[in-house]
Design a protein. Sequence first.
Length: 188
Amino acid sequence: MGEWDVVTIGYARVSTTEQNLDLQVSALEAAGAARIFSDKGVIGSKTERLQLAAVLDHLREGDTLTVWKLDRLGCNTRHVLEVIEELEARGVGFRSLTEVIDTTGPMGKAMLTIMAAFAQLERDTIIERTRAGLAAAAENNRRGGRPRKVDDVTAEKVQELKAKGINATDIGKMLGISRATVYRYLTA
């Protein structure tokens, strides 16, 4: 496949609707993007990136997905690497203009391997720190997780109201807690 057969497809993203895509779009156009997909007002890992899904569906073997900057592609390093690995498995190249990464050549693939190693190191370090923190908390008779919504006084009140024959839904309404929380404190 010659260089003239490569189709460059761009993807741009901004986190808020007030932000502007112009800088990214201009850079992608200058890089020769034949088509540009863009998401606007997309932040965090819980938000669905409809145009990212569309561009990934659109790409064909031999195409090259180009972004202005790596962090525009995914919500975190792991997600970025997963997307790039998926592209590579499909025979699609990847370019990041700001970081000057191009997986269609040997140096780009080497950079990707290094990035993957650092991402794995980051994951392992987070896991190690989490385990150490939980162990330290356990030594001090503390446990992780969300703080209890109900204090001991309220938990006693739940027990008293249940003993009077009041159902869990009504207890929850009276105390401003959910029925599930009432049941948790009845079984504790």
